[in-house]
Design a protein around this ligand. Sequence first.
Ligand code: TPP
Length: 337
Amino acid sequence: MPARTRKKADESGGVAVGDRDPALLRRIHEVMVLTRAVEDRMVAMYKGGDLLGSLYTGHWHEAISVGAASTLRPDDYLAPIHRDLGAHLWRGMEPWQVMASFMGKATSPTGGRDGTLHYGRLDLGVYNLPSHIPANFPVATGMAFASKYREQDRVCLAFCGDGSTSRADFHESLTMASVLKLPNVFVIENNQFAYSTPLRMQSNSETFAIKAVAYGIPGVTVDGTDALAVHDAVAEGVARARAGEGPSIVEGVTMRMHGHAEHDSADYVPKDMYDEWSKKDPVELFENVLIEAGVIDAAAAKKVREDAKQFAIAARRKALADPMPEPSGIEDGVYAD
Ligand SMILES: Cc1ncc(C[n+]2csc(CCOP(=O)(O)OP(=O)(O)O)c2C)c(N)n1
């Protein structure tokens, strides 16, 4: 089955809103705006010394993380990576919990055992991000296997970066998911760099979606700054997975607009790349699409931004005030009862 590159559907450069549910569109927009506001706040917190360790952000990944996660049912599984705050927030993770995680606070999802971003919420069907990448892929394959084995119709959506496709666990997971027709959708977030390694030193494939051909599954490349393009492509993969037809790959093309982490000045990125990609802010683009389609107006858009900013400020205040873990609990969760 050939890999495809999806064409744009309207002249404004984005996929058309059409007759989609306005409530869903507004929710996608709100979560994208919130994601940006929380990450901007956390960059300021990192610079101000509030956070313990490294900070990894997903600027310009919001359309991928939220666009993809918004296709799932609440009982589906999600295996995100370090660029996917938007997917966590879509599923119900609280911004203060994310901040508390980067602070090692007792109230973080890991109870303060992490200090950066290896958090998840199993109660929300969101698997903890492992350190090795893409170690979430074999786990996502296992979650999909469990769903199939139990004769459920739950889908597992997993994300990885372009660099992660060079790892053996990517190949192993795709092979197993394909052969066993597991209900997976694998989203590749092509953000042009894997730390300092540019695309062309990572792969000779014309696209990352084309790798799907080797596994005998569908693969599609979409504009990763267009939330609706991502949503549509992932929704197609989710429907296919739920119907028992097996996995697929969706590649979203975007740019990593910050360093690999905030300690990385990313001097290896040519300035003209930033200049070009800065014109494609996914949050702004989606806001414009919704305004042009009459789903929201400029005043509503401004209020969404202001509310998100205030929410992020309140989240910081709560996370700062939360307690550190008690040393007496150091063995909690380590040994089986
Ligand atoms: C197996 C492994 N090697 C190296 C690292 C360190 N590391 C973390 S993210 C990253 C870059 C990954 O690039 P990519 O998959 O393209 O994702 P991106 O960070 O660009 O979103 C590296 C080298 C790791 N976590 N795991």
